[in-house]
Design a binder for this molecule. Sequence first.
Ligand code: ATP
Ligand code: MG
Length: 513
Amino acid sequence: MSDNKNLNSLSEIIKDELNKYEHKIDTSNVGQVVSVGDCIATIYGLDNAMYGELIEFPNENFGMVMNIEEESIGCALFGSVINIKEGDTCQRTGRVVSVPVGDALLGRVVNSLGQPIDGRGEIKATDYRPAEMPAPQIMDRQSVNEPLETGIKAIDSMIPIGKGQRELIIGDRQTGKTALAIDTIINQKGKDVICVYCSIGQKNSSLAQIVDRLKRFDALDYTVIVNASAAEPAPMQYLAPYSATSIAEYWEHQGKDVLIVYDDLSKHAVAYRTLLLLLRRSPGREAYPGDIFYIHSRLLERSCRLCDELKGGSITALPIVETQAGDISAYIPTNIISITDGQLFLNSDMFNSGQRPAIDSGLSVSRVGSAAQYKVMKKVSKDLRMELANYHEMLDFSRFGSDLDKGTQKILTHGAVLLETLKQRQYMPLSLAQEVVDIYVAQSGELDDIRVEKIHDVLKLLDNSIVSKPNNIYEKINTTKEFNDEDKKFVITLLKTIKSTIKDENKKEINEE
Ligand code: ATP
Ligand code: MG
């Protein structure tokens, strides 16, 4: 009798429990991998997942939500695809991708997730920042009013860059794009500017050379390198510039000036195209996804100069874009030209003819930098672009006729002197004073009677002579940012002395024309 009673109560309990059971699996925060391949996982579930959210897979693998569809979620995987298989469960983390930031990163090479890849041990970072951050509001910014010295004569004189500006470096392959950016980084030594070099889709061997150069010029101490090489999967290449910007923003928010180089955004666009084609998002123009403009604009809008209430820090961006056969009107170049505040166009014909850096003064422009240019530089270089334009026009013209009048000849000789003066070797950035003196001397016409191939020798002698004098005017110009009439006279006298000695020594070589 008592046995029956026990059984009854037990069935009651089971019935009760069954009634309470709801036939529903919670798919809001948990999902199941439906398929995986090519760094992409398609997931069923994760109903509440947000765009860009970090998703955790078994064995500490992570991915980022890139596609939200009715039935499934498309997730780009950062780790190894081999470790994730069909049927695995995954879950939301409620966070976006974050990277370590801070002074511990200086001198280090990291990947897109901020993990060290230089074999020099772990990075003890104290702070983390999300890789994607909204750009500062208009009221949080101030105008660009301080120059960023590149140490390259042609840039500082004609296409000046200001702190907080975005200046595109654009040109065909092997035209010295990376060289300009690296020289600019080297020139920041002792100028209290922190540099971030973000390498996207390049060979690891090229990056190793760059790191070696930076080390040799003591530039690594104030530089962070973010690398997503060509061997890395597309999601890592896509993420690299955003992570690099977050690393830069840390110092910007502390009131410091930062220079960031994205080398290069054409490869970044290709990585994004690969990623979204794998996610089966329909391709648009030139097979790029429809939001390709947006991915670059939201990246570059994060570079600016903050207002004084926010400590007045700045991020100056030098994005690099590679063109095909000099076509700056292709899709990605036009997009990025319209986002940035100007471009340095590198001409491959000029580069191959030995005019290096091959900056095409006709197609290059800096839309905000001239407001920030030092007055002393502005004064000596104000006619430079015009004179070079005149020179190029006359040069084309002179190809048709044999007899040239005196005026035309003068323009041609003077133009050739200016172009020669603007030539500059790699890894030799100059101080403001050296640039000012060189350009002043070339502009003065005093070099017009010297054979073009000898101009750099004369400039070198002048440089030595200025440095050897007791009161070095370079130091004066660099500190006071002034170059007065007395200094000009002094430089011209020195130059005349040098010219006379050269003439005596080697009359044939000089003054021939
Ligand atoms: P890529 O398209 O492969 O990235 P790039 O446009 O970045 O090429 P660099 O790698 O910077 O070009 O330079 C190409 C070559 O030209 C290098 O060998 C470099 O040493 C040389 N070079 C660059 N600038 C100068 C210069 N001012 N004077 C002499 N050589 C230079
Ligand atoms: Mg390059």
